[in-house]
Design a protein around this ligand. Structure first.
Ligand code: AMP
Ligand code: MG
Length: 332
């Protein structure tokens, strides 16, 4: 009898060890880049190398696209005088060109040339203030995509006046997410989850542990993406979205903001007024097969409001809106 008991215990230990060895282990890294916290998790044989490759690519992109880094190509373009072509590499030219094309398509609500205005507001700095109306009016005169002339062949951009400054804050993380997913897929990764400061990218399904597999009768399940409840403590969710391929990107009034005299001023600006967009929305979430498009779309629909959403359904799978009353609307 004692012998049988020992055998049962040994068998249980063996099953446990086999389970631990058989269920694929995740490899996760977190890094601060592009002004935000980024986490990448991948499963499988090449996971560690692939995740490291993703972060070196993100660091490389940040170095090129960050307007606050005086060495970046974007800073070089911003500081360039008028009528002087600035030669850019493939990444920077692609992101700017894609953003300008999109801007034209959406009628200017998405505008990478808003920096003269957003700089006055100073969101995310300790100098955040409500600017004087006259300063905003003057800054708006310096904005507009028409001030940038693209030369496709030479991969160069010429500014029509020296004050034209660009800010890729509404699109860079989306491109980085596209690149991250591409790198992981090229490394043969079939299951991964990445969160680049609210830009979520997903490959495949999340592998389950042996115990979960036995309980559920399947070895994996779609990833679950939490949608932050605007204004609530980080991690308090208003809903979740399940998916096994693609991107989930949210723009919200809670990301970067300050309050003055009881009014919340947030970082997503209406290019027509130079003031924070105010269309009764607190957040916009986009589910799409393209990271860069999802990033631009979430910002744009936040600026244009609920009524605009239908017109972008061809460009994404789902649009999830949270309004001022915390009511949820799914458009698909
Ligand atoms: P997101 O969090 O992706 O919605 O992007 C917000 C960031 O994009 C801001 O921090 C600004 O850098 C920039 N931004 C603000 N308003 C706009 C706009 N109307 N169009 C494009 N970029 C914007
Ligand atoms: Mg965006």
């Amino acid at each position: 009898m004692k012998y049988v008991k020992v055998c049962v215990v040994l068998l249980a230990i063996l099953i446990f060890i086999a389970g631990a060895l058989l269920s694929p282990r995740p490899y996760t890294e977190t890094e601060y880049s592009m002004d935000t916290l980024m986490t990448v998790t991948a499963y499988g044989k090449n996971a560690k190398t692939a995740v490291k490759d993703v972060f070196s690519r993100i660091r490389e992109l940040d170095k090129k696209l960050d307007l606050r880094n005086p060495e970046s190509q974007v800073a070089r373009l911003n500081q360039a005088p008028a009528d002087t072509p600035v030669y850019l590499d493939e990444d920077v030219f692609y992101v700017i060109k894609t953003a300008l094309l999109f801007s034209e398509k959406c009628g200017g609500a998405f505008d990478i040339t808003l920096y003269p205005v957003s700089n006055l507001w100073g969101f995310g700095t300790d100098k955040a203030v409500v600017p004087e109306a006259e300063d905003i009016r003057n800054a708006l005169l310096k904005t507009g995509s028409q001030n940038l002339v693209l030369d496709e062949e030479k991969q160069a951009i010429t500014k029509k006046h020296s004050d034209a400054w660009i800010d890729l804050g509404g699109v860079a993380k989306g491109y980085a997410a596209d690149e991250a997913i591409r790198i992981l897929k090229e490394a043969g990764i079939t299951s991964a989850y990445l969160d680049l400061g609210g830009n979520i990218g997903i490959i495949g399904e999340k592998p389950l542990s042996l115990r979960e597999t036995i309980e559920n009768g399947k070895a994996s399940r779609p990833y679950t993406v939490g949608i932050q409840k605007p204004g609530a403590p980080r991690g308090e969710l208003i809903d979740t979205v399940s998916l096994s391929e693609g991107f989930v990107v949210t723009s919200g009034d809670y990301e970067r903001f300050f309050e003055e005299e009881g009014i919340l001023y947030h970082h997503i600006l209406n290019p027509e007024t130079g003031f924070p967009a105010d269309t009764g929305l607190k957040s916009v979430t986009i589910v799409s097969k393209s990271g860069i498009l999802a990033d631009m779309l979430s910002t744009t629909i936040f600026v244009q409001g609920k009524e605009s959403a239908d017109r972008y359904l061809n460009d994404c799978d789902t649009i999830l809106l949270v309004d001022d009353h915390f009511d949820l609307t799914y458009i698909e």
